[in-house]
Design a protein around this ligand. Structure first.
Ligand SMILES: C[S@@+](CC[C@H](N)C(=O)[O-])C[C@H]1O[C@@H](n2cnc3c(N)ncnc32)[C@H](O)[C@@H]1O
Length: 224
């Protein structure tokens, strides 16, 4: 599915979120501030937007590895890297989030944006992210969620279920799946304290969450 929409993915993201997705990634780098002395891993990186946000936040001083199992998405990440003349600070690599090709305890931050929901085995993804995180390091999960506050809940529920899939289908010229799948998968995915509990079960010492933009997205932060 992602291979099919890779060339339109960024445009669609910014359009359908009215650019707010950029703000969520920036905010993630403000809340989970990077240091310069150890690398960062961004899994399910897609075209690399969270990796680029961390690159900016660390002023290009921190090595970042950005992984995804979809080569078509990574190719667009590579193109953006070349265009921005970033050099080798960001390394794109093909890898399944459920079986990361890295040693234990390597990264200061292991993050994922709008990707964990897509990983077939959520708990295995969380266990792998935790395994490669340094003791004392942080695991950050940015994910869509459903707002709890009415009337935002009603407005957003309508937009998400009826408007967004139609615009998505029209503009992405994708078979029906990609933008029908989005509301369905968000509705089914654990959120709030439920996901925090799954993060603790994956081996993190603590986990908390912060709703962003009326709870349309949520940032989960765990410490190993
Ligand atoms: C919605 S995109 C998110 C991309 C990016 N992180 C962002 O913020 O826009 C989800 C990505 O997760 C990737 N993905 C899904 N399951 C995966 C897995 N098991 N291992 C690695 N990547 C995976 C897909 O290929 C896709 O690029």
């Amino acid at each position: 599915m992602f291979a099919e929409i890779a060339d339109r993915y960024d445009r669609m993201n910014h359009l359908l979120s009215m650019q707010v997705d950029r703000y969520w990634r920036w905010r993630t780098t403000r809340i989970v501030r990077p240091r310069s002395d150890a690398p960062i891993l961004d899994v399910c990186t897609g075209t690399g937007d969270l990796a680029f946000a961390f690159h900016r936040a660390s002023k290009g001083e921190t090595p970042i590895i950005a992984t995804d199992f979809c080569p078509e998405m990574l190719e667009f990440g590579e193109r953006k890297k070349a265009k921005r003349k970033i050099g080798d600070t960001i390394e794109f690599r093909e890898a399944d989030a459920q079986d990361l090709p890295f040693d234990d305890n390597r990264f200061q931050i292991v993050c994922v944006a709008f990707g964990l929901r897509n990983v077939a085995d959520t708990d295995q993804g969380l266990r792998e992210m935790t395994r490669v995180c340094q003791p004392g390091g942080r695991v950050a999960v940015l994910e869509f969620s459903m707002p709890r506050w009415q009337p935002m809940k009603a407005f957003y529920g309508f937009y998400f279920r009826y408007i967004l899939p139609r615009i998505g289908r029209l503009l992405a010229r994708n078979r029906n799946d990609a933008y029908n799948y989005l509301p369905e998968s968000v509705g089914e995915f654990p959120s709030g304290s439920e996901l925090c509990e799954r993060m603790r079960q994956a081996g993190l010492a603590s986990a908390k969450y912060k709703p962003l933009t009326f709870g349309i997205a949520t940032l989960y932060i765990g410490q190993k």
